[in-house]
Design a binder for this molecule. Structure first.
Ligand code: SF4
Length: 367
């Protein structure tokens, strides 16, 4: 007698114990949940054992589901990208994590203004402005920008500034958080140097280290001279610089300065996956069979597509671009060598890439 199982009969019996993406659909075929796993069989069937999911939202999803489809992948990176794309495309009702993604945010300094402010913006529109980003989420860049404003005594007021010695500065100057360009205490050149130093600290850890050394030395000198108020003021800056380093770790930002071709193992033996990235944008993936006579042409075509995408790239990351970019960036930062090959297309052209891959393909065929 067959053992009874809690898994409904609409779940295919032959789910593979392999990595990939699964998609639950309701009775009219609408995708209601997308997930990924390194073992599709165990993950999908696991939804029905132990009385079902303890989480009420997932329990409801399982009650509504009437079909599950799968897409096998060769690697976890491909599964992550496939999952993100399906969620972006279908907006399944029970996916929360990736659905509420941001469009990407920038820190902007408009050098066209004599006394520029740091602004958080979702678009790169000003031709004379400098931008850092894009970052996922608005909170991280906003907090980091507010910290450097305080550290470098930048103005937080809005609107244009016309220095007037007769005017009254606001409280920010009274509590030593602004160098008061509004009353001419900081001239155009001095104020812009403050802004440049602030942007360097936002962009580079080394600049924060330099600023920390300077602020600590100033604090120690003030202490030695018995100037307690001044010492306290420098000490606050030291604390804010440490806080800034904490925020930097939270600022998720894709590698927009690089163009790459990533070559991953495919889902089946003898298959590969070409994953191109043009200045941080992840382009469509191409499946490749190493036994096909024309795989070299495919690699050259994909490298060419990267060059075209670089020329056509909009200056603003579209909502759909940011999440795949962050997925690949995070994979690049933590990957181990045997997970796939990465070719830097700023250093290598298509012929050198195919040469390196050919040596690999011939090596595996001989083994
Ligand atoms: S002190 Fe002057 S420049 Fe600074 S924030 Fe206040 S009004 Fe703006």
């Amino acid at each position: 007698m067959a053992r009874s199982t809690p898994v409904p009969n609409w779940v295919p019996a032959n789910l593979p114990p392999a990595p990939g993406v699964y998609q639950f659909e309701d009775e009219i075929g609408t995708p209601i949940y997308v997930g990924k796993s390194v073992n599709l069989r165990r993950r999908v069937r696991g939804y029905f054992y132990g009385g079902g999911p303890s989480d009420e939202r997932m329990a409801m999803m399982v009650r509504l589901a009437r079909k599950v489809t799968i897409h096998r992948t060769g690697t976890d990176l491909e599964a992550l990208l496939e999952e993100a794309e399906r969620i972006e495309r279908n907006r399944p009702a029970f996916n929360r994590a990736l659905k509420n993604r941001s469009r990407g945010w920038y820190i902007e300094v408009d050098w066209g203004q004599p006394f520029p402010r740091l602004r958080i913006t979702g678009a790169r529109r000003r031709s004379r402005a400098q931008y850092l980003g894009p970052f996922r989420g608005r909170r991280g860049p906003t907090e980091a920008a507010r910290l450097v404003e305080k550290i470098f005594r930048l103005r937080s007021c809005t609107g244009a500034i016309r220095p007037d010695e007769e005017a009254s500065p606001c409280l920010q100057h009274g509590i030593d958080l602004c160098s008061a360009p509004c009353i001419g205490l900081a001239g155009v050149d001095a104020y812009r140097r403050q802004v440049r130093a602030a942007m360097r600290c936002l962009a580079e850890s080394e600049a924060v280290e330099t600023a920390l050394a300077r602020c600590s030395a100033q604090r120690d000198a003030a202490l030695k001279a018995g100037a307690m108020n001044l010492a306290t003021s420098w000490d606050r800056r030291v604390d804010w610089l440490h806080e800034l380093e904490g925020y930097r770790a939270m600022l998720e930002r894709p590698h927009v300065d690089r163009s790459l071709l990533i070559v991953l193992p495919g889902a089946e033996p003898g298959d590969g996956l070409l994953l191109p990235m043009a200045r941080g944008r992840v382009l469509p993936r191409t499946r490749i069979h190493w036994s096909d006579a024309d795989w070299r042409e495919e690699v050259c075509r994909v490298c060419y597509d990267v060059r075209l995408a670089e020329l056509r790239a909009e200056s603003v990351f579209a909502p759909a671009d940011l999440t795949p970019s962050l997925i690949v960036t995070s994979w690049l930062d933590r990957r181990s060598r045997d997970e796939g090959q990465v070719f830097d297309l700023d250093r290598l052209d298509a012929s050198l890439v195919t040469e390196a891959l050919a040596a690999e393909v011939e090596g595996s065929a001989a083994a």
